[in-house]
Design a protein around this ligand. Structure first.
Ligand code: HXC
Length: 291
């Protein structure tokens, strides 16, 4: 990301201590970079220590400051507890970005129970486990925490061919609204961003294998383009930074009015595909899962 396109002053986030789940790649990395550049200490977690180490080093080389890479699979509540114990030895967090997600396109009738759980365990359960673990500590000890969850516009519209993700992200939207009310009195606030298309490697491999799907289909979009990373990062910083404390319980779309306002759904072109094409796409997606 070209950090000269950040709209905020240096030092804005000094003293903030933020955990970004899935912070080593994709949107998580971009947001981590913005928080770091503006003075925050950033913890990034993901499943692969090597990727996290590389990311942390690259970001610190570029901007100085501190990025701490911690391998953790957020499907595992015990592993989350260990990771957060480790973070707390440095001091309490002041912010959490629930960014880690999993997704792949599939006809819903082709999903196995394991396939459904592969998504729901990360997005629905894992996001709750992390939020709950940190929330309990803040309630017990005092302090403050600003929680931002990365959703998608299909929390309002639903979306064909990604039903486990749509269901799980909608649940996190509901968590955001519910905890904003329940835990507001503990100096915690909960907001969410619903991005439209901000292409990343992980997303393209699983949602547009071989160029199939809606990923590159911008014809009907009012602005005719994808989102740019600095645009997402600027919104994330605004919601996470001191000064926005009275914003609580909100989910803000950032999609160039492309999908939410036009009521468009993703991947409608996939309706035309047959068994053979789905077999090919499934093979391509599964080939990326181990990477
Ligand atoms: C059908 C599939 C499948 C596919 C996996 N499965 N891929 N079923 N079609 N394409 C099934 C498997 O057969 C298996 O069920 C079960 O899912 C678990 O598969 P694993 O490969 O063992 O899972 P795992 O290694 O845990 O991988 C998790 C994952 C993977 C979610 C499947 O994609 C992943 O790790 N993703 C993380 C990164 C990511 O997805 N990023 C994109 C996020 S984009 P069986 O029954 O065979 O045992 C996003 C929003 C985009 O979230 C918004 C756009 C606007």
């Amino acid at each position: 990301m070209d950090t000269s396109q950040l709209m905020f002053r240096d030092g804005l986030m000094a003293g903030e201590r933020i955990l970004v789940t899935g912070g080593g790649t994709g949107l998580g990395r971009e947001m981590s970079e913005a928080f770091l550049k503006l003075g925050a200490t950033v913890y990034i977690c993901g499943r692969r220590q090597g990727k996290l180490d590389d990311c942390a080093q690259e970001l610190m080389d570029a901007h100085g400051g501190t990025v701490v890479p911690l391998a953790c699979d957020i499907r595992d509540a015990d592993a989350i507890n260990e990771m957060i114990d480790r973070i707390w030895t440095d001091g309490p967090l002041t912010g959490l970005v629930n960014n880690a997600a999993g997704n792949f396109i599939s006809r819903t009738e082709d999903l196995s129970v394991n396939g459904f759980n592969a998504i729901a365990d990360i997005v629905f359960r894992g996001t709750f486990y992390v939020t709950h673990n940190i929330g309990k500590r803040i309630i017990a000890e005092g302090g403050r925490c600003n929680v931002l969850s990365i959703l998608t516009t299909w929390v309002w519209n639903g979306s064909a061919f990604v039903v486990p993700s749509a269901m799980s992200k909608s649940a996190i939207n509901t968590m955001t609204q519910s905890l904003a009310v329940e835990w507001g009195r503990y100096n915690m606030r909960f907001n969410a961003i619903a991005p439209g298309l901000f292409p990343t490697k992980g997303m393209s491999a699983r949602l547009s294998p071989g160029g199939q799907g809606g990923n590159s289909r911008m014809e009907g979009h009012p602005m005719g383009r994808h989102g740019e990373m600095h645009e997402l990062a600027n919104l994330a910083v605004f919601l996470m930074a001191p000064g926005a404390e009275y914003v609580n319980g909100q989910t803000i779309a950032i999609d160039g009015a492309g999908y939410q306002a036009t009521g468009g759904t993703f991947w409608t072109t996939l309706q035309a595909l047959g068994d053979e094409e789905w077999d090919q796409m499934r093979a391509m997606i599964k080939g990326t899962n181990a990477q």
